[in-house]
Design a protein around this ligand. Structure first.
Ligand SMILES: [Mn+2]
Length: 399
C-alpha cells in the first residue's frame, strides 16, 4: 500500500516562532489528515518501509527528540518556502552486478533519516520507496523480481548490460525528482546504484538549467558505452548527461537530454579511473580533485577551489551527488566497488557541510549504500554514514 507522509515544520520567514507539524496519509482513494507526533514519525520509519526489505538492519537508531523550534540551519537561495526535502528512495541495483544496493533506501529510512532531517528543521516529504516492480524487464540481481508479471527481453546493447531496465527505471525516477524540484522541494535521492544519477541530474536540470554538479566519488562514472570494460551502466551516467559520442542510443535517447557541459561539473575524491576515462576527463578539461589533491591541499582548500570552479559567484544552484565509495572503506565499507585510500570520516562530512553553507543546494544523492555487503559492523557504520552525510549536506553543524 502506498503511503504518503508529509511533515511540515513551517517557519515564518522573519520569525522562528510559528510552526506546525502534520502528516498527510492517504490509503487508496481515502485521505486521512491528522497531527503526527514524533513517535508517529518514527513508527513510519520502523514499520512503514518493510515492503521489499529482505534484510532487517539492526542497529543503533538514534533516539532523537523531535524539536520544532527551528528551521533549516542555512537560508536557501532557490527552494520554495521554509524548506522542504523530498526523500526519494530508489531501490534499484540494475546498473551494476551486485544484489543488495536496492536495500539501501529502506536501510537509511529505518535508521531514522526522516526524523533526523525533520529535527534539522526541514519539512520532510516522503512517499515510500519508488515503485519499479512493474517495469517489464528482469533484474537478475533481484531474484524473484519477475514473479507473475510480464517480462520483455533485455539483451545487451553494445556492452551495456540491462539497458532497457536501467533506462526505464531512470526515466521514471527522473519524473519523480523533476516534479519535486518543480514544486520547490529539495529532492534527496537514496540509491540504489549510481546509474540513478541519470535521473537525478536530469530532473534537477529540468528545473534549474543553470545548476552545477559536485560529484564526490572514488570513480568518475564517465565511461561511454564504447569505453566501458564492465558494461555496468552505473559507471556511465556522466557520459550520457554530457551527451558524449555513443550515448545517443535508444531507449536512453528517448528521454535523456544532454544537459551538462564539462564546465558544469567538478569531481572530488577520485582514485580509481579507467585509462579511457582519464583521457575523456583530460580532453574535456573537466575539473577533478583526486585524492592526490585532497592530500596535498587539504579538504578545505579542495572544496573552496571546487566551488570556485563551478559556482564562482555563489549564484548557481548546486546538485551534490555523493557516492559513499568516495569514503575510505574503513568509513563506508558496505558498497559495491570499495577502493582504499579514500576520504576520512571528517573529510567526507566537511565536503557536505561546506556545500550546505553556500545555501545553494537544490538536489542531493546518497548512492551505493549496500547493506548486503560486509559484516554487521560495516553495514551499521555505512548506513549511519549515509544518514550523517545527508544531515551534514542539509545543514547539521558540529556546534
Ligand atoms: Mn559512483
Amino acid at each position: 500500500m502506498a503511503h504518503i507522509l508529509t511533515t511540515s515544520l513551517r517557519r515564518a520567514v522573519t520569525s522562528r516562532s510559528l510552526h506546525t507539524s502534520r502528516i498527510l496519509a492517504t490509503a487508496s482513494s481515502n485521505s486521512l489528515h491528522s497531527q503526527l507526533s514524533p513517535a508517529d514519525l518514527q513508527k513510519v520509519e520502523t514499520d512503514g518501509n518493510k515492503e521489499g526489505l529482505q534484510k532487517t538492519i539492526k542497529g543503533f537508531g538514534r533516539s532523537r527528540i523531535f524539536r520544532d523550534e527551528k528551521g533549516p540551519t542555512y537560508e536557501h537561495r532557490f527552494l520554495k518556502g521554509p524548506g522542504t526535502v523530498a526523500v526519494v528512495g530508489c531501490p534499484f541495483s540494475g546498473g551494476q552486478g551486485k544484489s543488495g544496493v536496492d536495500l539501501g533506501p529502506n536501510a537509511l529510512v529505518e535508521r531514522g533519516l526522516l526524523s533526523q532531517l525533520s529535527e534539522l528543521g526541514w519539512n520532510v516529504h516522503y512517499e515510500g520507496p519508488a515503485e519499479f516492480d512493474d517495469i517489464p524487464y528482469i533484474n537478475p540481481n533481484q531474484p524473484g523480481a519477475s514473479n507473475g508479471r510480464e517480462v520483455l527481453p533485455d539483451p545487451d546493447i553494445g556492452k551495456m548490460k540491462k539497458p532497457r531496465l536501467v533506462s526505464a527505471v531512470n526515466q521514471r525516477a527522473m519524473g519523480i525528482i523533476r516534479d519535486h524540484a518543480m514544486e520547490g522541494r529539495l529532492p534527496l535521492t537514496l540509491g540504489g546504484d549510481h546509474s540513478l544519477a541519470m535521473a537525478t541530474v536530469s530532473g534537477i536540470k529540468a528545473k534549474y538549467p543553470d545548476a552545477c554538479v559536485v560529484w564526490v566519488d572514488a570513480h568518475a562514472d564517465i565511461n561511454t558505452p564504447a569505453t566501458s570494460d564492465s558494461g555496468n551502466i552505473h559507471g556511465m551516467p556522466i557520459s550520457f548527461l554530457l551527451g558524449l559520442p555513443g550515448t545517443d542510443v535508444a531507449p536512453f535517447s528517448d528521454w535523456i537530454k544532454p544537459c551538462l557541459k564539462p564546465s558544469d561539473i567538478v569531481y572530488i575524491g577520485l582514485r580509481d579511473l579507467d585509462v579511457e576515462e582519464k583521457k575523456i576527463l583530460r580532453d574535456l578539461g573537466i575539473k577533478c580533485f583526486t585524492m592526490h589533491e585532497v592530500d596535498r591541499l587539504g579538504v578545505g582548500e579542495v572544496v573552496k577551489k571546487a566551488l570556485k570552479h563551478v559556482n564562482p559567484k555563489g549564484e548557481r544552484p548546486v546538485h551534490l551527488s555523493f557516492d559513499v565509495d568516495a569514503c575510505d572503506p574503513s568509513v563506508a565499507g558496505s558498497t559495491g566497488t570499495p577502493v582504499r585510500g579514500g576520504l576520512t570520516f571528517r573529510e567526507a562530512h566537511y565536503i557536505c557541510e561546506a556545500i550546505a553553507e553556500t545555501g545553494c543546494l537544490v538536489g542531493l544523492d546518497i548512492m551505493e549504500v549496500n547493506p548486503a555487503l560486509g559484516d554487521d559492523k560495516s553495514v551499521n557504520e555505512t548506513v549511519a554514514v549515509g544518514c550523517s552525510l545527508a544531515r551534514a549536506a542539509l545543514g547539521e553543524t558540529l556546534l
